[in-house]
Ligand binder design. Structure first.
Ligand SMILES: Cc1cc2nc3c(=O)[nH]c(=O)nc-3n(C[C@H](O)[C@H](O)[C@H](O)COP(=O)(O)O)c2cc1C
Length: 379
């Protein structure tokens, strides 16, 4: 029975070959940060006030001049095509149906043009900065021309995390091990649904820049790994700020001083994240930094947060601590892998009803009623 987002993880494990499940599910090294990301919410307990009539509730938010129905967004994730054909378009559609933004990754399987062709107003673009400035500039132009409203610049994956689960599934970089191939043979339905219709998925946004030898399948990943700008600094961010004439958010921050600097540099908001525990193992969970960051930057700047959110109660705790919205990463990928777009919509409905029920039980009618006074922090 699929009653919550964690149930979708188990469903995805049954459907996917091991290498694909590990790609989504895994974290860096000992996965300490990834594990802690989900446990950390137990640090706070609710102090529910009673006798506050809260029959009607409103979960809507206003971000950057646009109304959304839920305080949630789909986190940018690369290579979704390994989970389902047209996964990026289907995630964007499910997000539009639910009234939440869809953030498309630089390394998505579909291109920004393909997702943009859906014509939704909820399309945001996540940028990884590449060494070749012309490629970065061109990606931004294409995102704008495709209707992306908001730019999200990810700054926490400049040096890739050491994901050992992935390494164990490969004989050498980009070459699956014999054991992985044998495991794929045990998942004929995945081969039939995901691989036969499209071949090995590629990287839609990068295709125009790929040299011929990298054009096929995972070749794009090898190219991309070489092309990531490793000299990223605050001047790089200022350069991107000047290039993009719309709202811009920075993703991958946990250090309060960095958050303050990003706002001073003219960014419209922050996305606090440790990349779901996929980068530096041992990194603090962003929700632990939230109150400090909010106090430092003041009430105005938009603050999103992700990493480990699985329950409506997790979302409500973060909103009470000062976040404006929460990004969902793996849970929606598990849903996509296990049951396609209907499962994604169902997963969103599940967490929506958990958020709604939590608000009701806290006597709140709207998200603005949430505050730190509703939480007890264990010493
Ligand atoms: C399979 C996978 C691919 C990801 N790819 C990207 C990406 O391309 N760009 C990015 O900024 N973050 C990427 N992330 C990080 C997510 O945007 C998000 O920060 C993280 O998944 C949140 O943690 P959660 O999975 O516990 O919800 C990826 C995460 C996963 C699981």
């Amino acid at each position: 029975m699929l009653l919550n987002l964690n149930d979708y993880r188990q469903a995805a494990r049954r459907k996917l070959p091991k290498f694909a499940f590990d790609y989504v599910d895994g974290g860096a090294e000992d996965e300490v940060t990834m594990t802690e990301n989900q446990r950390v919410f137990d640090r706070w307990q609710f102090i529910p006030p009673v006798l506050r009539a809260s029959t009607e509730r409103d979960l809507s938010v206003n971000w950057l001049g646009q109304r959304f129905e839920l305080p949630l967004a789909v986190a940018p994730t690369g290579y979704n095509g390994m989970l389902h054909v047209h996964a990026d378009e289907l995630l964007a559609q499910a997000a539009a149906d639910a009234g939440m933004p869809y953030i498309q990754s630089t390394v998505s399987t579909s291109s920004v043009e393909q997702v943009g062709a859906l014509g939704h107003q909820n399309h945001w673009f996540q940028l990884y900065v590449l060494k070749d400035k012309r490629v970065t500039e061109d990606l931004l132009k294409r995102a704008k021309a495709s209707g992306c409203k908001v730019l999200v610049v990810s700054v926490d994956a400049v040096h890739f995390g050491n994901r050992e689960r992935d390494k164990r599934n490969y004989a050498r970089p980009m070459k699956l091990s014999l054991k992985s191939y044998l495991n794929i043979a045990c998942k004929p339905n995945w081969v039939r649904r995901v691989i036969l219709p499209q071949g090995i998925p590629g990287f839609g946004n990068l295709t125009p820049y790929l040299p011929p030898q990298y054009q096929k399948g995972v070749g794009g990943a090898a190219y991309f790994a070489e092309q990531m700008e490793t000299h990223l600094d605050w001047d790089s961010l200022a350069w991107i700020r000047a290039l993009w004439d719309g709202p811009m958010l920075v993703k991958g921050l946990v250090a309060p001083a960095d958050c303050q600097k990003a706002i001073q540099l003219g960014c419209d908001g922050l996305m606090l994240s440790n990349h779901g525990g996929r980068q530096l193992d041992g990194t603090v969970s962003p929700v632990l930094m939230l109150s400090t960051i909010r106090q430092l930057i003041g009430p105005e700047p938009l603050v999103f947060i992700d990493s480990g959110f699985r329950r409506g109660t997790d979302v409500v705790k973060a909103l009470a601590l000062g976040a404006n919205g929460v990004l969902l990463g793996r849970p929606l990928l598990y849903a996509m892998a296990s049951g396609g777009p209907r499962a994604v919509s169902h997963a969103i409905q599940l967490i929506q009803s958990e958020i709604d029920r939590t608000l009701a039980q806290l006597g709140c009618r709207q998200l603005a009623d949430l505050s730190p006074e509703l939480l007890y922090a264990r010493p």
